[in-house]
Design a protein around this ligand. Sequence first.
Ligand SMILES: [Zn+2]
Length: 338
Amino acid sequence: MRAAVLHGPGDIRCEDVPEPKILFPTDAIIKLSATCICGSDLWPYRGLQDLSGPMHMGHEYCGIVVEAGAEVRTVRPGQFVVGSFCISDNTCPHCRFGFQSSCVHREFMSGAQAPYARVPLADGTLVAASETPSDDLVPHLLATSDVLGTGWYAADAADVREGSTVVVVGDGAVGLMGVLAAKEMGAERTIAMSRHESRQDLARGYGATDIVAERGDEGVALVLELTKGVGADSVLECVGTPESMAQALACARPGGTVGYVGVPHGVALDGRQLFYGQKRMLGGPAPVRRFLPDLMDRVLKGKIKPGKVFDLELPLAEVAEGYRAMDERRAIKALLKV
Ligand SMILES: [Zn+2]
């Protein structure tokens, strides 16, 4: 089969690779209905993450089970499934506590920018849909696999609830999903920090009540002005740079919470500032598996349309153009047809 393989910085190719096979009795093989490129795929693409060799890309997926290992019980061939980018057994103490992304058997999914993929620990990782969805629902279901699940976790970790005032730092796909999640969780006011007009429009469509285009101290000052000097109850940090984290912390009110899902690159925290500022923090890779049944249900019932973040659709053969478009910020997120 032809799949996406990263050979070095900027060098992503669609090339022949062996078809995946069942390696363990707990594995399943799925035929993907669609796949996509993640913002985090850009780290190795930009040369900011070391490669030990050619890397099979892709960790966001949904599709039909074509083969299940002998010990797989909860999914069977023919079912439409969505899985998390974090492989989990869903039975260990961390999984049962709702933190499947810290599963004692955690692995990170790879090789999903392909027509077929092997999913380890299928019982603990995959969720079957009650029925095979129509084609128009596939992008929205695909989004639950990572980008929506991650935005949702940011809002959950930031303790968004009915009536909350929320700030979202970052207008990438995850930030936009954070806006959607905040609305679904009952936020009264959601301030999206975004400089780009098309992303501001999407943020408004997903429920942002205010847009702040400024960054840094200027942006923080505007958020404080909008919240009468108080700050936000909940802040979603969806970037991962020192600047974005500082901005997020400065926007949170005392006792407020920052949910951070941008992978930190060079972020250092000042203990004394946290101490006197009284800010709570929870972040990390999203335990998407915890949220999947609920998120899939919301999509299948037509309540949410997270797939609108895909503003570019390409055949898998043109995967290189997808990476380029996202790298140059010409596209928010690229869906790949397999
Ligand atoms: Zn586990």
